[in-house]
Design a binder for this molecule. Structure first.
Ligand SMILES: [Zn+2]
Length: 209
């Protein structure tokens, strides 16, 4: 497996292209803005997308999803339904409609070539925030950042829920690589040593994942 990362507008979101070079298939994770840059990066990877995966519904992660999906023949777009807001919601500016998304939730597995991505519900930054796990890679969106965690003051955010989600991620076993929705990459081992939010979460909820 191979991962490419590019920072996309409007506010520096990490868009990932997760490739299975053997099958020539890939997943595009969180294509924020900049559809053309995302499409060129996918073409350079020499892999064809099987799907677009959205860690949550915020505009800076979803902006180019539709355009990228259409460019590659309307590949499915996965987004947890709790981040698909009803008509008339006042938070639609934060969660603009992507349209035609398929739900993905706890316990689901999404195949990309021979790769299997496990869906973990990790609410708190938004109600529908999920983490995609592929082997030891955690695509955790805005739940866990290097040295920090996502904000909880936007629509559907909850400090208690993000703490439970962080505790759950922090208790996962393996040589886990943390690939967040913004800023630099990290590892879970490093985050357990230095991230005050993760440390507090693990003290509050010391159970198993
Ligand atoms: Zn967000």
């Amino acid at each position: 497996m191979k991962v490419y990362v590019l920072e996309v507008p409007p506010i520096g979101t990490n868009c990932f292209i997760l490739c299975d070079p053997d099958s020539g298939r890939c997943a595009v994770i969180d294509p924020g803005g900049g559809a053309e840059a995302v499409i060129s990066a996918v073409e350079e990877s020499a892999c064809t997308p099987d799907c677009i995966l959205l860690t949550h519904g915020h505009y800076d992660h979803t902006g180019a999803a539709k355009a990228v999906s259409e460019h590659f023949g309307n590949v499915p777009i996965y987004l947890n339904e709790r981040d698909v807001l009803p008509d008339g919601s006042r938070a639609l500016s934060q969660f603009p409609r992507v349209g035609g998304t398929q739900n993905c939730d706890e316990g689901d597995t999404i195949s990309v070539g021979s790769l299997k991505l496990q869906v973990l519900a990790t609410p708190g930054h938004s109600r529908g925030s999920v983490t995609f796990r592929c082997g030891d890679l955690l695509f955790c969106g805005d739940t866990l950042f290097a040295g920090s965690c996502g904000r909880t003051d936007l629509y559907g955010g909850s400090m208690d829920e993000i703490m439970r989600s962080l505790a759950r991620l922090g208790a996962l076993e393996g040589d886990l690589q943390v690939l967040p929705g913004h800023m630099e990459m990290s590892t879970m081992e490093l985050e357990r040593r230095r991230n005050p939010y993760l440390q507090q979460a693990l003290r509050m909820y010391p159970g198993k994942p």
